[in-house]
Design a protein around this ligand. Structure first.
Ligand code: UDP
Length: 261
């Protein structure tokens, strides 16, 4: 069993613990759901389990096509062993269809299919509400240099290409998503790895025929059945094993079995 070290960071949906080996960490997926910069909060039982499994699947597959990620392996229902990276404080948003903050900010009609993917940069800072920034801000404040940013931008497009195809194959439109990258020193060689998570918490996923939302917008917009939607994504990805197929505990039934004695 891999032992957890001290807590390094607690975010809105995950906790990061130090790993046993230097340069590693354990990423724990919580059931907390938050939106609108933490103004809306709830607990969705089992969400963390599904996100752990879905994110593992996507990052593993990206790794198979040569995109290096922080993922080492999933270690249990809620946790994965990862490489401990220094997170670049930028959220990279990739969009294929206009929705969410883009429609609000620029008045673009919701659902407009973009001619080519649009990449946006947001400064990772909850107190400021993760504001949109330009490349020039990123250079001016030393968050990343031009070589890093060019490389990351190319990775974003490769990741988008792969994920769009993967989801298309299972009848899902990849509307947009957010990814993060981190710096890692591997045997003296500096690398930039895809980090954090890719899950229905960080992507917008619409059913290809009905446009039904299968992502965190169900929570943001009070549409209900968020867990079922995430389960549907896992089911279509063919990764919904027994352990992620959580059913509510039937207390009544348990009690009646006990009473039979
Ligand atoms: N996103 C995210 N974390 C954030 C902000 C955005 O994972 O802190 C994801 C979000 O789920 C969506 C995409 O990035 O898939 C674009 O989000 P947008 O900028 O439209 O944000 P919102 O509408 O949530 O303000």
């Amino acid at each position: 069993m891999i032992k957890k070290g001290k807590k390094l960071h607690e975010g809105k949906a995950k906790i990061l613990y130090a790993g046993q080996e230097k340069g590693t960490a354990i990423q724990h997926f919580k059931d907390n759901a938050t939106a609108y910069n933490n103004q809306k909060k709830s607990i969705i039982e089992g969400k963390g389990i599904l996100n752990n499994r879905i994110s593992e699947h996507i990052l593993f597959n990206l790794n198979q096509i040569g995109i290096e990620t922080h993922l080492i392996k999933r270690i249990n229902m809620r946790e994965q062993l990862v490489k401990l990276v220094e997170i670049i404080p930028i959220e990279f948003i990739v969009r294929n269809i206009s929705t969410g903050s883009l429609t609000k900010r620029l008045g673009i009609e919701d659902g407009t299919v973009l001619d080519k993917p649009l990449i946006e940069f947001c400064y990772k800072n909850d107190n400021l509400g993760d504001p949109l920034v330009a490349r020039e801000h990123i250079y001016a404040f030393g968050w990343a240099n031009d070589v890093e940013l060019d490389w990351i931008t190319k990775q974003c497009l490769r990741i988008n290409d792969y994920m769009q195809g993967m989801f298309k194959g299972i009848g899902i439109k990849l509307v947009d998503f957010k990814i993060e990258f981190g710096r890692f020193n591997e045997n003296g060689k500096k690398k930039i790895l895809l980090a954090d998570e890719i899950s229905p918490d960080t992507c917008r996923l619409w059913d290809a025929t009905s446009d039904k939302k299968l992502d965190k917008d169900r929570f943001r917009k009070d549409l209900g059945n968020l867990f079922e939607a995430y389960q549907e994504v896992a089911r279509r990805l063919n990764i919904l094993h027994e352990e992620t197929n959580i059913k509510p505990v039937q207390f009544g039934k348990l009690r009646s079995i006990k009473n039979r004695k």
